[in-house]
Design a protein around this ligand. Sequence first.
Ligand SMILES: Nc1nc2c(ncn2[C@@H]2O[C@H](COP(=O)(O)OP(=O)(O)OP(=O)(O)O)[C@@H](O)[C@H]2O)c(=O)[nH]1
Ligand SMILES: *[C@@H]1O[C@H](CO)[C@@H](O)[C@H](O)[C@H]1NC(C)=O
Ligand SMILES: *[C@@H]1O[C@H](CO)[C@@H](O)[C@H](O)[C@H]1NC(C)=O
Ligand SMILES: *[C@@H]1O[C@H](CO)[C@@H](O)[C@H](O)[C@H]1NC(C)=O
Ligand SMILES: [Mg+2]
Length: 436
Amino acid sequence: MVAGHARYVRYIVIAVFTFFVFYFVSSFKYDKVSLPSGFGAGGATTQLGSAGGNGRSEPQQQPIEKPIEEPIEEPKSSEPKKSTQNLANTPLAMTPNDPGWDTDLVGTAPGPRMNATFVTLARNSDVWDIARSIRQVEDRFNKRYNYDWVFLNNEPFDDTFKTVTTSLVSGKTHYGEIAKEHWSFPEWIDQDKAKKVREDMAERKIIYGDSVSYRHMCRFESGFFFRQPLMMNYEYYWRVEPSIELFCDLHYDPFRVMHEGGKKYSFVLSLYEYAETIKTLWDSTKKFMKNHPEHIAENNSLGFISDDGGETYNNCHFWSNFEVGSLNWLRSKAYIDFFESLDQDGGFFYERWGDAPVHSIAAGLMLNKSEIHFFNDIAYYHVPFTHCPTGEETRTRLRCHCNPKENFDWKGYSCTSKFFDVNGMTKPEGWENQKD
Ligand SMILES: Nc1nc2c(ncn2[C@@H]2O[C@H](COP(=O)(O)OP(=O)(O)OP(=O)(O)O)[C@@H](O)[C@H]2O)c(=O)[nH]1
Ligand SMILES: *[C@@H]1O[C@H](CO)[C@@H](O)[C@H](O)[C@H]1NC(C)=O
Ligand SMILES: *[C@@H]1O[C@H](CO)[C@@H](O)[C@H](O)[C@H]1NC(C)=O
Ligand SMILES: *[C@@H]1O[C@H](CO)[C@@H](O)[C@H](O)[C@H]1NC(C)=O
Ligand SMILES: [Mg+2]
C-alpha cells in the first residue's frame, strides 16, 4: 500500500509539472502573434508555415513576432498581381554581391510581381511532357513567385490535361482555344503550290518539311499567340515547351529584369537555322525594311543576324522554345507590320519559316541592342541543346545539375559568341575551354 501511494504522488507531481511546462511554452510562444481572423484562439497549435495551404506560405524568414497584416490567401484565388505591393522596395539582386541576394530561397519570394504569365502551346497528348517541364519550372523558380500559366491549343483541352497542369502550377491556370483564323491557311495561299512544297521537302527529308500542323504552329507563334484574348491580360510572357529542363535555381525574377532593365526580348540558346526552310525569308525581310524604314532601330543588332551589313542573312537566331519577352512589343505596330508583311509573302507555307528566325530578325532589326537580354543564369535544355552556365562557382552557387561539358554556348554551331561580340560583352572565364 505504501509503495502504491508513493506512485500516485509521483504521477500527480509529473502531471502538475507537465501542465506548467505546457502553459509556459504556449503563452510564451504565441502571445505576440496575431493570427489571421478565422484561426480563432485555438489557432495556438497551428504552425504558421502551413497556414497558406498547398505548402505555399508566407515567407518563413519573417520574424515570428511580426504581425501578419493580411489574411493569407490561396494564390489561385487572389486578384491579378499588381506590380505595386508593400514589398516593392525589395531590391532586385542578381548576384551574391547585390544587396538583398536571396541565399535560402525559402518561402514566398519577397518583392513585387510583374504583370506576367507563363505560356504554353500544347496538344492534349503533350500532357505528361509538359507536366515534367512545369514541375521543373516550379521547383527552380515559380513555387516562390506563383505566376499564372496560360495554355493554348487549337483544340479544346481535355479534363486530364487541365487537372494535371492545374495541380502542378502554383499560380492560376487558364486554358484557351485558338480561333480558326489563327490556325489555318490564309485565303491568299495557293494550296497546290503549298502541297508540292511539302511533298518535295518530305522527299528531301527536311525535318517537319511535310507537316501542315507544324507550319500552323510556326505561324501562330510568329503572329498570334501574343494577341490571344487570355494573353491580352499580361505585359510579359515566358514560353515553356514540353520536355524542357531547368538545371539551376533562379534567385531572382526574370520578369523584373525585363521590366526594370527595359528589356523586350531574351534568350538562353542561339544557333544557325536550317537554311533550306527559310530560303526567301531574308528577301521578304529586305522588302519590309524598304517599305518600313521607320520601324528599323537606329542602334539595332543587325551584326548578329547578318555578316555583310544586311545583304544576306547569316541564319543566326535565338532559339524560341525558350523566350521571356514583352507582349506589348509583339503587339506593337512595328512587329505586326513585320509579321503581316511576311505572312503576305506566304513563306510559312511555301517554305517552312520557323517562329525562331522570325522573332529573332524582328528583335535584331527593330529593337535597340540593349533591349535584348541573355539569361546566363537560366540553365536550360530542349532536345538536343543545353545551356549550362560557364564557371564552376556559378553552377555551385545556383545548385545546377547540368553537365558543363554539354554547354552549347561556345560551340561552333552556336551564335551566342557572336551575340557577345556584337554587344561588346566579356565572355565568362573559361569559355575557350568549352569550344569543342
Ligand atoms: N496545340 C498544338 N500544339 C502544337 C502542335 N504542334 C506543336 N505544338 C506545340 O508547339 C510547340 C513547338 O512544337 P514542337 O513539336 O516542340 O516543335 P520543335 O520544338 O521545333 O521540335 P521538337 O524537337 O519536336 O520539340 C510545343 O509546345 C508543342 O507542344 C499542334 O498541332 N497543336
Ligand atoms: C496587365 O497588362 C495588360 C496588357 O497591357 C493590361 O491590360 C492590364 O490592365 C495589366 N494589369 C495590371 C494589373 O496592371
Ligand atoms: C546604342 O547602344 C550603345 C551600346 O549598346 C549605347 O551606349 C547607346 O546609348 C545607344 N544609343 C542609342 C541611341 O540608343
Ligand atoms: C532606342 O533607344 C533610344 C535612346 O535610348 C530611344 O530613343 C529609342 O526609342 C529606342 N528605340 C526603340 C526601338 O526602343
Ligand atoms: Mg519543342
